[in-house]
Design a protein. Sequence first.
Length: 298
Amino acid sequence: MIDISIVIVNYNTKKFLSETLASLEHEVSKKISFEVVVVDNASSDESAEMVKKEFPDVTLVASRKNVGFAGGNNLGIKKTNESRYVLFLNPDTVIKQGVLEYMTTFMDAHKDAGAATCKLVMANGKIDDATHRGFPTPWNSFTHFSGLSKLFPHAKLFSGYSLGYKDLNTVHEIDALAGAFMIVRREAGEKIGWWDEDYFFYGEDIEFCFRLKENGWKIYYVPDVEIFHHKGVTAGIRKESKDVTTATKERKLFATKHRFKAMKIFYDKHYKNKYPFFVNWMVGGGISLKQWLTLRSI
């Protein structure tokens, strides 16, 4: 049995995918074994051809249509061999040597871990805040989008969305991490049925983490090792990667609509029945307003 199956879902990020796969080639360790599966979501930039030509040892799944991030990951899992862990990795990341071995050792030592992430550092030198999140309860979402969390970034009452009151330099539990680097115990992933395909783009990782915790697994943030993350290259709506993204305006509009749709899906699945009508009405209105404002700015 191999140690890690790495699944990468790609859509029109040929250049960045090549960098990601090249970084994995340098991840040589006698202590762990891994395989790489790339799912190409019907890219038009010859990503699939590049993988075939430059990385013949990679298992390529060339989907005839774009099935989304969750659907793509589920396709990739079906092509993996039996492994102890599955690492879901974005095609706009660069893996530093030793990261896979360290994270495997961490998971081995923490039998209660359903999933874990390392530190993801962006081009601006900051940590990708999506790797270190609380669940988007109505209160956490309100403090985040209203700006209260920025005014009081380390206050537990106001920073529940980003978990800003926790020390980013130490290992600790979190609610949710990002699908950009997400090592999952295969046993845990199988228990929850892997990815929820109600989500097409955005929100899948929070849903995944929510169901892990519902089933008694813990999720860890491990800042002892780090990787590089461009962040948002495929969607094109993140300021961190606005100068390098391959996304067209049409793609940005598409991604934005699915981002806010994911918020509604998650809320309806997990919170709608727990809160009174007026709270649900305010949340729905807030999501719609934020979506309208965001679309206008694209």
